[in-house]
Design a protein around this ligand. Sequence first.
Ligand code: GLA
Length: 747
Amino acid sequence: MIRFDDKYMTFHMSTPKTSYVSAVVDGSYLGHVYYGPRIDDMDLGYLMKTEYNPFVPSINSREKVRFMEAFPKEYAGAGTGDMRSICFDVRNEDGQAGLQLAYVSHHIFKGKPTLSGLPSTRGDEDSCDTLEILLTDSILSMNVYLYYTVYRDLDVITRSVQIENSGASTLFLTNVMSAMLDLDPTTDMEVITLHGSWARERRIERTKVDYGTFSVESIRGESGPQDNPFMALVTPNTTQTTGQVYAMNLVYSGNFLASVQKEQYGKLRMMMGINPWHFTWKLMRGQTFTAPECVMVFSNEGLGEMTRTLHRLYRHHLIPKQWETAPRPVLVNNWEATEMDFDLDTLLEFAREAKTLGMDMLVMDDGWFGERNDDSTSLGDWFVNEKKLPGGLKALSDKVHEMDLRLGIWIEPEMTNSESELFKAHPDWVYQLPGREPGLWREQLVLDITRPEVFDGVYSQIKKAFETAQIDYVKWDMNRPLCEVGNLVLPPDQQGELMHRYTLAVYRMQEQLLTDFPDILFENCSSGGARFDPGMLYYSPQIWTSDNTDAIERLYIQEGTAICYPLSSMGAHVSACPNGQTRRTVPFDTRAKVAMAGTFGYELDTRNLTEEERSLIPGQIEIFRKVSPVVVDGDYYRLASYNENGIYDSWAVVSRDKSLAYMTYVQVKAEPNKKPIRICMQGLDPDKRYSVRVVDPKPHVFEDRKPEELADVVQTLSGGALTNAGLIVPRLWDDYQALLYEIEEVQ
Ligand code: GLA
């Protein structure tokens, strides 16, 4: 609900449990008043009157700059007195900066506008309301539209910004953040971010917010594994179930900046948007620029509530509609088993075994095109290597579908190698700075797909190849960051647009792919999980989480990823051991139980399985088919964190009607002679009674019980007991053991 009170010039936005209030002060300045637990008062202007800021410029113009530097704003422009981090900056044709935004008007309407060329969360007249506030800088003749959308059944506010040049002269935008939040917390705050690297993506980082500025960012041309466009401010001691959380998540897959500044008076300014580094945007008369959407969530009930709110938003309002509740196919991917050393026979053997074991789909990874036998060649040559695949994609697709399996395929459209037909014909198609040798990464060069002829040259090949066969799934990879970002076409005063234009071109191509092949299941990937962000989720309901498939490392990676992204979006496979990234050997059973927290599949040689593995796979798939609907549509609860306790991990998914839950417990370290571990469930109905059963206990050896005994143990407990007293999990012999519990309502 959005209300405007013209007496107090106050905008009051409310979601079921939160309120966000801003107000026009002194007839001109748009101030931030309040964000937090829901309150319904309209007159909250007193919150803005503090002892160091008792005046407004119309009364006390001799101290206008002191007002500007302290007044809590909705959107701070540069150069006119706000000395804190600013979120908007513009140069005019004379190279001068400085702007002051004044309130002009507003408009409240049902539904939610889409953002031109950019992914954004979806909403219609029944699910959300939008406030558009128009601010202007009359000297620059520039209009700034701030958009706030509130969801009626979710504690979410999305924000975006549109800049319009309504004057005659050209403007150069040098900083357009998507959202800013001026907070005046009553306690110290901590900041949570997701940090990482290749094969170590999205580790949860938490640190105190101190005076100065803390930021995370990407300047890599993708969101990157180093930092994620997610930031949450939390009150000290915030847990999964208690504490206040202010979260921002940017629906964008390029260079971003997320920052929080503790300024001189101890107030906080948080913001998120496109990274201003090397960013300019030339805005000519009548043109508009749209900043990506920023999602904001406030939770008064700890991190778990924030997580579930984001998951619901992304599942129901971001990922493509047809995958909202659709079960995901169990696939086998050949990458870790064969890399590029495969041919039609190899793949068909994989497929036959996969079918026998109960899988749904074969995914052919990198290496099917051009002369690609190692990673030094052929990106950009999207025609089938008939030496490997005689009869082309059609022959493979026909045979795979005859087996009643689906077929997936790997592509990396944004890249080329100097050893490729494409590069030889068009050496000018790659990003480059004149006179400099473009730096290689995995021997790859980045194609300048911002140019229409490059975009078409690549995309038309892919489309042609796909049209020859039935392709059910596409894994879109991107295996290097951008540097030497220059192009040979844009004028000098637009070279600063290239990073953002690149991201827009990626979105355009993904949109095109989905338009041409609307039924494919689309998975994004970038050297593992280097582009795991809400922007990508708009196109692909799932993203490859990490090239690190070691089940124990995955505990960290999946916990961090799931703090904001739905479990159903996390690509997770059972791979062979010793693991390729860690050399660790984890029981096959544990590998499967960890992968069941995501999309689930196998990434190993189905021709070379041990007898034990072969015997376990059909049962694992059967279990996954039961667990998967709750993963896709239920709520996720983090119960214990190996990241925090160093010994064990536990999470649960609970169906929306609270009638069915699956709880996973992973004992990373065996500890002899210690008290049993109790896991307190969350999300159950305290008044319902549930049967509790260990699913598939056979592979385990228990310290205190024979596995056969446990198979039959069905406890019946109330939701209250399971939540408050907890479930006692047995101590298991050996490290890396996992148990999956089915908790089902009994009448
Ligand atoms: C990236 C991906 C892998 C695999 C390879 C293929 O590293 O993350 O899953 O597809 O590329 O080259």
